[in-house]
Write a protein that binds this ligand. Sequence first.
Ligand code: AFP
Length: 339
Amino acid sequence: MEPQPITLTRHILEKQADHPDATGEFSIIMAQIALAAKIIARNMSLAGLIDVLGKTGETNVQGESVQKLDKKANDTFVRVFEYHGGLVRSLVSEEMDKPLFVGPPLSGGRRQGKYALFFDPLDGSSNVDCNFTVGSIFSIHRVAEPSTLDSEVNLLKTGAEQVAAGYLLYGPSTVLVYSYGKGVHQFTLDPGIGEFVLSAPHLQIPSRGKVYSVNEGNYDKWPAGTQRFVDYLTEKDPATGRPYSGRYSGCLVADVHRLLSSGGVYLYPAETGKADGKLRLMYEAAPLAFIVEQAGGNASTGMQRIMDIRPETVHQRVPLIIGSREEVKLAEDFIQGRR
Ligand code: AFP
């Protein structure tokens, strides 16, 4: 008899059984994320046929112009969680200025729900117009007991405090990768049955790789240590496996997903006039750091472990170097002046 496919729902429910005190809320949050992903994947597959391509004309809190699909993906996440009121008490998104407190109000200005969901609804959205890969990133924090009043300050958690994190990759197939702190598991959407099916349990990133991923057009704006690191990677030295191959998609999720299987390093470093780089800590860098560390890799600013950073605002940016242990350590050596 053929083995039964392990669906995401079954996987989550089996893992929930390991936690006798679990209330089931976390499992439903994961199911709702999977639902949002299926809706986004379907909209994406119709890009060009329905009116979802191009810009809305608005600018988001990051000062970037909003793509129609960014907005649609954000609205999908919000709808899915607003409808299921009480599951999470707050939503924080790249596309929303302020946290949205969605938990049903209790008496005395309090709210129901103990989790907050942070998300980048469509990472790499400028890729959509040319039919390239994009992703979504999510991070789940336990923020407060129902008795606590809501405020942005309660949301400022370190990456190490994440309960779970993951991403969706909308490519030739739709892939969901997540971790709740016990390894990294990959599911692939089977469109025939509409279910995410386990396609790779316990992903491990090689301890070193042969690929580097960075927007080299910004080279002149990088600090000297970063420039020397990339010079080192591109130098010819067969004895140490150099030069590395360059791969950069413009979608962080896609580049990190590649590293999970082949190893290597992704960088979005600090730049002149942008000491914190481009990427957002709470819904880009920290969730991917959680995944990559769970798979045996590292994530750093070059000076500090990403997972240890205590954010000052929910939209804080951070330089990011992420991937195989050896390359991330090497980047730190260059940036900290040891090489
Ligand atoms: P968006 O999510 O705003 O499209 O930005 C994509 C991204 O955050 C990340 O996915 C890419 O790796 C990086 O920015 C690309 O930025 P550059 O265009 O500056 O290289």
